[in-house]
Each structure stands twice: as structure tokens, then as C-alpha cells.
Design a protein around this ligand. Structure first.
Ligand code: ADP
Ligand code: MG
Ligand code: MG
Length: 499
């Protein structure tokens, strides 16, 4: 195995120290060997658990793994032990979920606000402009979405400087890993049931995670509200998807618990096979669609031609429930996050003062680039900031030297190019040594973690049917990496152990 015992000079912390037999410096060689043997046993048990419970992704090494189900599977990358997380911050993050759900819904109804807040971004960001164009068309025909479904994930990091829980972003489209995330919690529970005594860790301190069944429940209830027994759920997917099993977990729950059939189509297929009937019904392949669930469509690369944009517009014009609608999608942009963080903006959308205070407490510093003073500070101290374009899916943000160079370049360009970005306070979570498992091998590294809290929201006109916190996802990444995508290969799936 490629697991290397940590060098003695390395800083020890939380999770690695829990591998107690090899924890303390100066332990006897026999004990160290026993520690390594326990570790190897755990890694193998964990990998087997993943295989027999579907905690799997497509393997990059197999070219067919992104298109053909059941071919070229490998266990998803995971941390061997759950990350310690203070109960108070866990509770705080859970409480925020229904408030953010409601906020998204309220903001989505204010089309003028969305258009105005993104009007400068639109000048310089073609992708945002295309989304806004669809939104504008819907405003022009006064399109109303009576049934609204949100499946969100609000991501947080614990800032070690201020000892506070701060939001990284709120995802309103294609929030990933409800399926695999809930499995990782189960994996860790199983491992602690077997090894917890040796490690001194109690499996009961891992919160239950029902993200997959709760998201399926929300989709199932939305389907019921649509009220057409023969209608299906349409999952809009990318042509190649190595994270398909995360999606198939939802498909499976939907079928087993609600008897609802899901069809998977790419945007190009929707454009080729789809139509909207005069009564608004979206029909694909001859089947009426009750709910459109997007697991694609959030990135410019999802729209390689006009055909994909036509598909997006077609679905938006239909009476199908869109998860998300174009409005919900726009509410999740970084620019809107920054606008909502301005003084007195939350008050426009929410009434409850306590809720507003809770949300605000979780906001990190966020600035638009027309704030010259902040741009100056960021050029002076780039490591204290993150520069973000209006993009999703990881790997798009700019840090450090690149951030400084980019700001200087953008300033020189004069024009509106600064409006494509926002600046955010950089959050610094405490790093700890963690055993990570990838491709059957265990590595130990210094890591930081990001906690995502899922939220499900469903309403039909005035009736709120669901407004819940719906499980969680911990993602852990090597602390030297700026970005945290699991699918992108930067991070591993994780769960939490409450402290
Ligand atoms: P995306 O929509 O592409 O996921 P995010 O805003 O989540 O964009 O940024 C991607 C990653 O960058 C996050 O998962 C996190 O690891 C890192 N990141 C983002 N914002 C910050 C921040 N303010 N401080 C520290 N790291 C950040
Ligand atoms: Mg995102
Ligand atoms: Mg993110």
C-alpha cells in the first residue's frame, strides 16, 4: 500500500491521532506495526463496503465509465475517518437551511431585482447574459411558476481566525452528492462500530444523513403536485458523467418509494426529442414530464451549440416543474450572493429579524469590484481574498499571485470587465492530518474541510409543502489545494463526528 507512516516532525492532529496505536511520538516499533496493520484492515474493509453499497464513481481509466452504467466502477474517494466538527456550528448550519430555502424563493419572485443586480455582469459575461435572456423572456410573458422546487446545498467553512461558520456559496442548481454523501456517513458509522473502541471514537456522534431519500422525497412530492400519473421525472445530464451513481441513487429511491420513473437526457437530446404542447405540457420521447431535474446546464461547456440553449428555453417555457427554474438558478449566482450581503438587502425579502440576523452572521466579506478601496487591498494582500467569476462546478476561482495579476489587468482594461467578478474574504479553516483513500490506496495529508448542508423546498402557490434541512456533505481537500471539487479530483467525500 502507498500509505506512508507520518514523519515524526509533522504536525499531528485530529483524525490521524485517532489511529492511536501509531499516534504518540516514540511508540514502540511493535505497536507501530500493529497500528499500520489495523489501518490496512480498515482501508480494505472500507473499500469493500463501498463496492457492495454503491459508494462508487466511474473510473477515469475506463473510457466507457462515463457513459455506460455498470462499467469501470471504482470506489469514490473518501476519508477513512469522519472529520471532527463542533456541535454548535453543526446546529447553526442546520438552522440556516430552511431560512436560505425561503430566501431563494422570495428573491426568485423579484425578477426586476435579479435583472438589475446582474445587469453589469451581463455586459461582460456571455454565459450569465444567456441565462438572463431566458429569464427576461419569461418575465415578458409573465410566466408564473406555481409549483416551485428547490434542492439546494449551502456550503460552509469554519474560519479559524474568527472562529466562525462562514458560507462559501449557496448552490441552487445541480447540488451534487446527496446520494454518495449519505453513504459516506454510513460507511464511517460502520467503521466506527468495528474500530471505534480501539480508536476511542463513538459512531453515535456521526449525525444521520438522509440526503438521498430526502431529495427523492422532494422530487416525489413535486411529481405528486404536478398531478399526472403517467408523467415522468426528466433528469438533464451531461453526455459523459462519471458521477452517475450519485444520480442513480435518486432515480432508484424515486422508483422504489414513489413509483416514479426517471428518464435521463442531455440538453441536446431534449432539443431533438422534446416539444411543448399548447397546454404547456413538456413531452419527451412521447412522455409527459412532471419535473425537470438539472444535473447539467450550470456551466458554459454544457451549451456547446445553440441547440442546448433552445432546449433550456423550451423547458423553461413549459409547465413542468423546473429544479431549478431560471430564477432559482440566477439566485444562486455569486453576484447575487454578494448583492444579498449588502446592508438592508435581506430586509427586502425576509420579515423575521432573527432569521435575517442568522443569515447575516454566516456571510463572509463580499464585494463588487467597483469598490476601489477593496480592489486596492486585494492587490496589496491577495492571500486574504478569493476572486470569483460567475461560474459553478469548481476550478474557476482565482487566488494569490494570479488574483493580483488579474485585478491589475482588469483595472487597465478600464471598461466593464471588472463586473464579471466578485471579491470574497478568504476563509482559513484549521488544517489537520487525515488518512485519505483513493483508488484503494491510503495517503495521509494535511487537509481542510467544507461542510455542505442540503435543503429541500417545495411549494404550490401559497402552500409550503416542504422546507427542510435534508442531510449534509462534508468534503475534505488537501490544504495546499485552493479548490475543493470531488469530481474534479481535488477533494474526497467525508462525514462528520460531532465534538
Ligand atoms: P463553485 O460554485 O465552483 O463550487 P465555490 O465558491 O464553492 O465555487 O468555490 C470553489 C472552492 O473554492 C470551494 O469549494 C472552496 O474550496 C474554495 N473557496 C471558495 N471560496 C472561498 C473562500 N472565501 N475562502 C476559502 N476558500 C474558498
Ligand atoms: Mg457552486
Ligand atoms: Mg462550491
Amino acid at each position: 500500500s502507498s500509505f506512508a507512516p507520518p514523519a515524526p516532525r509533522r504536525r499531528r492532529a485530529a483524525r490521524a491521532a485517532a489511529m492511536s496505536a501509531e499516534a504518540a511520538p516514540g511508540v514502540a516499533p511493535a505497536e507501530e506495526a500493529r497500528g499500520a496493520a489495523v489501518l490496512a484492515e480498515m482501508v480494505e474493509e472500507a473499500a469493500v463496503w463501498c463496492a457492495v453499497h454503491g459508494l462508487v464513481v466511474g473510473d477515469r481509466a475506463d473510457p466507457r465509465s462515463g457513459t455506460v452504467p455498470g462499467v469501470g466502477l471504482v470506489h469514490a474517494p473518501f476519508s477513512l475517518l469522519p472529520a471532527r466538527f463542533p456541535s454548535s456550528f453543526w446546529k447553526q448550519a442546520c438552522e440556516l437551511a430552511p431560512i436560505f430555502n425561503e430566501l431563494v424563493d422570495r428573491v426568485s419572485l423579484d425578477g426586476e431585482f435579479l435583472q438589475a443586480a446582474l445587469s453589469r455582469t451581463k455586459q461582460v459575461d456571455e454565459f450569465t447574459a444567456r441565462l438572463l435572456e431566458i429569464h427576461e423572456k419569461m418575465m415578458a410573458i409573465n410566466k408564473k411558476e406555481d409549483i416551485r422546487l428547490g434542492l439546494h446545498r449551502s456550503d460552509y467553512m469554519l474560519d479559524s481566525e474568527t472562529n466562525s461558520l462562514l458560507q462559501i456559496e449557496l448552490n441552487t442548481i445541480s447540488s451534487s452528492f446527496p446520494g454518495l454523501g449519505s453513504l459516506v456517513s454510513e460507511l464511517h458509522r460502520t467503521l466506527l462500530n468495528h474500530y471505534g473502541k480501539v480508536l476511542g471514537l463513538d459512531s453515535k456522534r456521526i449525525p444521520r444523513n438522509w440526503a438521498a431519500t430526502q431529495f427523492a422525497e422532494a422530487l416525489g412530492k413535486a411529481w405528486t403536485e404536478y398531478n399526472n400519473d403517467s408523467a415522468v421525472v426528466l433528469m438533464v445530464v451531461q453526455p459523459e458523467e462519471r458521477n452517475m451513481y450519485d444520480q442513480y441513487w435518486l432515480v432508484n429511491h424515486l422508483k422504489e418509494s414513489y413509483g416514479v420513473t426517471t428518464i435521463r437526457k442531455t440538453l441536446a437530446q431534449v432539443e431533438a426529442e422534446g416539444q411543448v404542447l399548447t397546454d404547456g405540457t413538456l413531452v419527451i420521447d412521447g412522455r409527459a414530464v412532471a419535473v425537470v431535474y438539472f444535473r447539467a446546464g450550470y456551466a458554459p461547456t454544457d451549451y456547446p451549440s445553440e441547440a442546448e440553449w433552445r432546449a433550456r428555453l423550451l423547458m423553461e417555457q413549459s409547465s413542468a416543474i423546473k429544479c431549478p427554474s431560471i430564477s432559482y438558478h440566477l439566485v444562486g449566482t455569486k453576484k447575487i450572493q454578494q448583492e444579498l450581503a449588502k446592508p438592508n438587502v435581506l430586509e427586502r425579502f425576509l420579515d423575521n429579524k432573527e432569521d435575517i440576523a442568522k443569515l447575516r452572521k454566516s456571510f463572509a466579506g463580499l464585494w463588487s469590484l467597483d469598490n476601489e478601496e477593496i480592489v486596492k487591498s486585494a492587490i496589496e494582500k491577495p492571500d486574504l481574498f478569493v476572486l470569483k467569476p460567475q461560474r459553478e462546478g469548481g476550478g474557476n476561482n482565482i487566488y494569490g499571485h494570479d488574483l493580483r495579476d488579474m485585478l491589475i489587468k482588469l483595472q487597465k482594461e478600464q471598461g466593464e470587465s471588472l463586473a464579471a467578478y466578485i471579491l470574497m474574504q478568504r476563509i482559513f479553516p484549521k488544517a489537520s492530518l487525515t488518512p485519505l483513500v483513493r483508488g484503494g490506496d491510503c495517503f495521509e495529508d494535511l487537509t481542510i474541510s467544507e461542510l455542505g448542508i442540503y435543503g429541500a423546498y417545495l411549494r404550490n402557490k401559497d402552500k409550503v409543502i416542504l422546507n427542510n434541512q435534508s442531510g449534509y456533505l462534508m468534503r475534505t481537500k488537501v490544504s495546499s489545494s485552493n479548490e475543493g471539487g470531488v469530481a474534479a479530483g481535488f477533494a474526497v467525500l467525508d462525514s462528520i463526528l460531532l465534538t
